[in-house]
Design a protein around this ligand. Structure first.
Ligand code: ADP
Ligand code: MG
Length: 292
């Protein structure tokens, strides 16, 4: 495309809430065959809310939530914020945590009120050889509803489950429908549990799900689709998504997400509205049609 037509497309995009960083993004978007999309904060609002506190036998709800939320004050993860807000909304008073450690893509651990608290997903609990036991069935039920389930252990013993729910953005179903109409394959990429991811994916008609992916594995997942001959656009919002955004033929960041994601992407959707991809592709086609 000519520099002039790129300038025109960039200006039109800005008016539509789609910021193009470079000519390459405009030129490549129309050729995309697969959209890989992060779940949390991209398909969903990214503001999970605490929906369930399920203690194991012998523990009460308050103690479970106080220990978990006290530990999560040390984490910047959106799930941590959901637990802290949930505890404060229930009028609970949090304690200080010691020896806080973050296990990236898995959970957190530390000491609160003199006990060892471990909080996170099945992978983390597997590493510590802690089984969900009697709570396993309840966890699966919640996941089948699309909720994210965190497990909590106190002094190495299963102590309960915490469920959070992150609503799907209003604009997501339309974006998926429109992109499907253009023949694009849609893949969800998430660190969340497979059952939870599948429940959300089924609701949205997502074609393929890659779940339980560690943050540093996201770029490799994009590469696999490229090696299979797909031209990949990757949409994401988090620091974790940045390498995958850079790996894709076109990286698409949510304007509602982190700066790191926006720096790594060729396109930013100002309001985090995925239907912007459809508008951006229309501009891409119009711009490239001018020169052929
Ligand atoms: P996503 O790709 O959905 O943004 P992450 O890679 O950030 O997910 O996290 C993957 C999973 O690890 C979460 O679904 C959660 O089960 C667990 N996890 C990560 N950080 C925390 C935390 N601070 N507290 C509890 N669980 C966590
Ligand atoms: Mg995200």
């Amino acid at each position: 495309a000519t520099p002039m037509s790129i300038m025109v497309a960039t200006g039109k995009g800005a008016g539509l809430g789609v910021l193009f960083k470079n000519a390459e993004a405009i030129e490549t978007l129309r050729k995309v065959t697969t959209l890989v999309v992060d779940k949390t904060g991209t398909l969903t609002l990214g503001q999970p809310k605490l929906t369930g506190v399920i203690p194991a036998a012998g523990i009460d709800e308050k103690t479970l939530l106080i220990l978990a939320a006290s530990l999560e004050r040390g984490s910047e993860h959106p799930l941590a914020a959901a637990l802290v807000e949930g505890a404060l909304a229930r009028g609970l008073t949090l304690s200080a945590a010691q020896d806080f450690a973050s296990h990236t893509g898995k959970g957190v651990s530390g000491r609160v009120e003199g006990v060892e608290v471990l909080l996170g997903n099945s992978t983390l609990f597997g590493e510590f050889s802690i089984e969900p036991g009697a709570l396993a069935a309840r966890a699966e039920e919640l996941r089948a509803e699309g909720q994210t389930v965190m497990q909590v252990a106190i002094d190495g013993r299963m102590a309960g489950l915490l469920a959070v729910s992150d609503p799907i953005k209003d604009t997501t179903p339309a974006a998926i429908r429109q992109l499907h109409g253009e023949g694009i394959k849609i893949v969800m990429l998430t660190g969340d549990n497979r059952a939870t991811a599948e429940a959300v994916g089924r609701k949205l008609g997502i074609d393929e799900i890659v779940a339980e992916v560690l943050p540093d594995e996201k770029a490799a997942a994009v590469k696999k689709f490229q090696e299979a001959g797909e031209i990949v656009a990757m949409a994401g919002d988090g620091i974790n998504d940045a390498p995958a955004l850079a790996q894709a033929e076109v990286g698409i960041a949510m304007g509602t997400g982190t700066d790191v994601a926006m720096e790594s992407a060729g396109v930013t959707l100002v309001k985090g509205d995925l239907t912007g991809i459809v508008r951006a592709r229309r501009l891409s086609r119009a711009t490239m049609a001018n020169i052929r």
